[in-house]
Design a protein. Structure first.
Lengths: 128, 135
């Protein structure tokens, strides 16, 4: 006996089998952000000043630059996964849901590009 | 025609049928802080881009971050960060099957909420003591 509705059977609907990977990616990025986030907070607390010279020199240190890139990339991916769930829960109109998700994806990718380019520019000595 | 799509199907219980409990507020707060932090990413990226652009842009950003209203916003974001982080640990503990009993779920809720307030306060005390008003 199948628990699927007749209309669902006719339309060939069912689980898309992608839920687990979304859920798991959320957990993996959570654990990564726990570590990277605590690193960033402790780094902020150890900064003697937020002066231009100091901050640019700090970002240019290879270890800091790489960890900042990982932090920015992971934050933005985790954020996109999170807002996707919120949109799927609260935006009920199908077309609007797709449009909202597309817009949010563009915004996230754009913010990621800006943040990553900024860190790389400083790290490779193009700034200042 | 007996189509299941027109038959009245049982719905799983949702918000409206439950008595309000503070654990529900903590649960929705995880979403609210998550969405707030997504917006906060813009400020994080702005800080990095300003530093990469040059001294003038960075000083403009610093003046922006020093504005009292933005300061209040930053305190809000830092609370959202610590709450989301601590409550995220609480969620992942639940994923392992632990801490789901009513008593421990309520206790961990209090720990997370008060812990987030305490961490936020500690963070700002340390930042301001370190960098002073010139931050």
């Amino acid at each position: 006996m199948s628990l699927r509705s007749p209309i669902g059977r006719v339309l060939g609907l069912g689980a898309a089998k992608e839920g687990l990977s979304h859920w798991w990616s959320q957990r993996v990025t959570s654990v990564a952000l726990l570590l990277l986030g605590l690193w960033f907070v402790s780094a902020l607390l150890r900064m003697p000043t937020f002066d231009y010279e100091f901050v640019v020199a700090w970002i240019a240190v290879p270890l800091n630059a790489v960890l900042l890139l990982l932090l920015a990339g992971t934050l933005i991916y985790h954020s996109l996964l999170g807002v996707q769930v919120v949109v799927e829960d609260y935006v009920h109109h199908h077309g609007l849901k797709i449009a909202t998700m597309m817009l949010l994806t563009f915004a996230h990718v754009a913010v990621a590009a800006f943040a990553i380019f900024a860190v790389l520019r400083i790290a490779f000595g193009g700034a200042g | 025609m007996d189509s299941t799509s027109t038959r009245k199907r049982p719905l799983s219980p949702f918000l409206t049928v439950y008595r309000w409990q503070y654990t529900m507020a903590l649960s929705i707060l995880h979403r609210v802080t998550g969405c707030a932090l997504s917006v906060g990413l813009l400020l994080f990226a702005y800080w990095l881009v300003a530093a990469a652009t040059g001294r003038e842009a960075y000083d403009t950003a610093r003046a922006f971050f020093a504005h009292p209203l933005v300061r209040v916003l930053l305190i809000g974001f830092s609370f959202a960060f610590f709450y989301h982080l601590l409550n995220g640990v609480r969620h992942m503990t639940w994923d392992t099957g632990h801490g789901l009993e009513r008593k421990s779920a309520r206790l961990s809720g209090w720990i997370v909420f008060l812990g987030a307030i305490a961490t936020t306060a500690l963070f700002w005390v340390l930042v301001l003591r370190h960098v002073g008003g010139a931050a």
